[in-house]
Design a protein around this ligand. Structure first.
Ligand code: SF4
Length: 91
């Protein structure tokens, strides 16, 4: 197991289905999203063979980097409600 996965494995995530982070429909091939495959600290963005970018928001660290890089015109992005989202644990 990589150091990153071991560290992320210490955190706890409680999903808030009402406030998912999602790529807006039809924009999955926007070039700004490709940067996120390398930048997202939790490794939640992936690219398939056709160049389409997918996001699995489960495990999101709520850092906001993807919102800053891609903008609200590409992403639906909101913090989860209180009591949901990431709970950081440092071992
Ligand atoms: S907010 Fe941060 S951790 Fe969550 S998907 Fe965006 S870049 Fe990744």
């Amino acid at each position: 197991m990589s150091d990153l996965k071991a560290k992320l494995g210490l955190d706890v995530f409680k999903e808030d289905k009402a406030f998912p982070i999602a790529i807006k429909k039809g924009l999955e091939r926007d070039p700004r999203l490709k940067k996120m495959v390398l930048i997202c600290p939790a490794g939640l963005y992936g690219e398939d063979e056709s160049g389409k970018i997918a996001l699995s928001a489960d495990g999101c660290l709520e850092c906001g980097t993807c919102l800053l890089v891609c903008g609200a015109d590409i992403l639906d992005w909101q913090y989860p409600r209180g009591g949901a989202g990431v709970q950081f644990r440092f071992g």
